[in-house]
Write a protein that binds this ligand. Structure first.
Ligand SMILES: Nc1ncnc2c1ncn2[C@@H]1O[C@H](COP(=O)(O)OP(=O)(O)OP(=O)(O)O)[C@@H](O)[C@H]1O
Ligand SMILES: [Mg+2]
Length: 269
């Protein structure tokens, strides 16, 4: 008998000493509005980091700085430990940072395969008419979805006829086709039923277990954030006010930190 694996691998997180992405002391103004006032966030391979805070705290602005949608006024942006310039979305995607926005940017009249390959269709050579290689696209889509444990999603139904959870999963799968290292999700469980949200949480964990770093903005504190993430960064008025290991904290403690009270808590170690 051959031993295939001598031991169970430990989590990717525990082996990594350098964050995939690290944003430190980020400032961002919109005109006279000082939206980010020294905000920071980092994510390691295999880690799911939740960014929480009240409306207007600066969560979306911070992840948009990470995604290159907004250029920071000042602060440090490190990728795998090296300072980088990320001033437009292609800078971030070239580094392997993909974002799934709340509107999901899916075309509801198209099916899963068409949505997955939207804008980067697999095509035959120009001299053969440049037709979309549908069969190959379906095989690639099926492989991807199986790897993401979404093998039972329909490839041929228009995504407009799918449930919110299924659409969210397809939007996440679409980002994974680019083989990213980091995926940013803004409110992935908003407007989903409890079971659909659990399905999305399972998918996020599957991706983290494959070594991706996940940054997720969420208001779903009591379910998704405390149960399905590794670390929680609490933002208020454009800066970080508390940091928790998800397994050590209750939803109530997180909400207290969001609204104020326990200043400067750091239980994340
Ligand atoms: N493009 C923009 N132009 C001007 N002001 C903006 C812009 N984007 C965000 N802001 C402002 O920056 C502040 C932070 O907004 P942001 O969207 O980052 O908050 P948030 O934490 O994501 O809130 P929510 O939970 O409501 O999504 C708010 O005062 C908001 O009005
Ligand atoms: Mg937001």
């Amino acid at each position: 008998m051959t031993a295939l694996t001598a031991e169970q691998p430990t989590s990717a997180r525990s082996n990594a000493t350098t964050p995939l992405v690290s944003l430190r002391n980020i400032h961002k103004h919109f005109g006279s509005l000082h939206a980010l006032r020294g905000a920071s966030v980092e994510v390691y391979p295999g880690e799911v980091v939740a960014l929480v805070g009240d409306n207007g705290a600066g969560k979306s602005t911070l992840v948009k700085v990470m995604a290159g949608v907004h250029a920071a006024d000042s602060g440090d942006y490190l990728f795998e430990g090296e300072p980088v310039q990320v001033r437009k979305p292609t800078d971030a995607s070239n580094l392997g940072i993909q974002t799934v926005y709340q509107d999901l940017s899916l075309c509801s009249n198209l099916d899963a395969v068409q949505n997955l390959f939207l804008g980067r269709e697999l095509k035959g050579a120009w001299w053969s008419g440049g037709r979309i290689r549908r069969a190959e696209s379906e095989v690639r889509a099926r492989e991807l979805l199986t790897r993401m444990r979404l093998g039972n999603l329909s490839l041929t139904r228009p995504v407009g006829a799918m449930s919110g959870g299924q659409r969210q999963n397809i939007a996440i799968a679409r980002s994974i086709l680019w083989t990213p290292k980091v995926v940013i999700l803004d409110e992935p469980t908003a407007a989903l039923s409890h079971s659909a949200a659990e399905g999305v949480a399972t998918l996020i964990r599957t991706l983290a277990d494959q070594g991706l770093g996940i940054v997720v903005v969420s208001h779903d504190i009591h379910h998704f954030v405390v149960n399905s993430t590794d670390r929680i960064e609490v933002m208020r008025l454009g800066t970080n006010v508390a940091s928790f290991k998800s397994r050590d904290v209750s939803g109530e403690q997180v909400v207290n930190a969001m609204v104020g009270g326990n200043e400067g808590v750091n239980l994340a170690g």
